[in-house]
Design a protein around this ligand. Structure first.
Ligand code: PEP
Ligand code: MN
Length: 285
């Protein structure tokens, strides 16, 4: 491992906690983020937020600048999507997380969102990382599709060394030979990163699995492995999702997932913040 002066632990007890809304990420409480791959409409985001706030989740996700494999696919709502995120955040009191793909998007995102996500494809976009070091909002840095842990930690080091101490790492699966799962969730990386860095480590089981029926099991495994939180894709009508439809959970499945990690969290001395006792079921028919 190259000498990361800021990202590595100085002693076993060294840990960074990050305040996001009313949540403290990296403390005893798990930080669960839910929401669609992409912001599609105000109605969609209202439906998501109103249901999953009861799960409870601690933050809402939704991409408005989307890194799509094909330039002909939906690229995101851009500024209109940011305005939807900000409106829904204000209405439900949920902090929002959205992806930044370019330096030119930073100001608009900072004005509307609470956390800026760096996607896998940009993990080593060093100019972007340096620019994110100069802002005062937390960064969720996703592991590159084929990045080593050294490369991942050094990418975080770019942000830290440019002045932003609030970086969360996110393992989202790495590419391998088997296409049954979209990626391979590297839980060894989660355990290792928790040992060597003081930064919170989140897990995104959705992009790792690529299939919605695998997501909850991977989420539970991630909590057991010591993850500080989860980033999970869900949608009011998963099959109609404009991107990543196959891996999206329904809103009821999202609520059930949060409930199902509770005993795992307790077993590893973590906590899922309490939700409302009765969860209203959303009916779309
Ligand atoms: C996403 O979170 O929707 C996303 C594009 O993730 P990743 O960068 O991990 O592929
Ligand atoms: Mn996605």
């Amino acid at each position: 491992m190259k000498k990361a002066k800021l990202a590595l632990k100085t002693d076993a007890a060294h840990k960074t906690t990050i305040q996001i809304g009313s949540a403290t990420v990296g403390g005893k409480d798990l930080f669960v983020v839910g929401g669609p791959c992409a912001v599609e409409s105000r109605e969609q985001m209202e439906a998501v937020a109103s249901q999953i706030v009861t799960a409870p989740v601690q933050a809402l996700r939704g991409g408005v600048y989307k890194p799509r494999t094909s330039p002909y696919d939906f690229q995101g709502l851009g500024l209109e999507g940011l305005e939807i995120l900000a409106a829904v955040r204000d209405r439900y009191g949920l902090p929002v997380i959205t992806e930044v793909m370019a330096i030119s998007q930073i100001d608009d995102i900072v004005a509307h969102a609470d956390v800026l996500q760096v996607g896998s494809r940009n993990m080593q976009n060093f100019d972007l990382l340096k620019a994110l070091g100069e802002i005062d909002k937390p960064i969720l840095l996703k592991r590159g599709l084929a990045a080593t842990l050294e490369e991942f930690v050094m990418a975080a080091e770019y942000i830290l060394s440019h002045g932003n101490p609030n970086v969360m790492l996110c393992e989202r699966g790495i590419r391998s030979f088997d296409t049954y799962t979209r990626n391979v969730l590297d839980l060894g990386a989660v355990v290792a990163l928790k040992q060597i860095t003081h930064l919170p480590v989140l897990v995104d089981p959705s992009h790792a699995a690529g299939k919605n029926e695998l997501v909850a099991g991977l989420a539970r495994a991630a909590v057991a492995a010591g993850a500080d939180g989860l980033l999970v894709e869900c949608h009011p009508e998963p099959e109609k999702s404009v991107s990543d439809a196959r891996q999206a959970l329904s809103l009821n499945e999202m609520v059930d997932l949060v409930q199902s990690i509770r005993p795992i969290a307790t077993a590893v001395n973590r906590c899922v913040p309490a939700g409302v006792a009765t969860v209203p079921r959303l009916s779309l028919v």
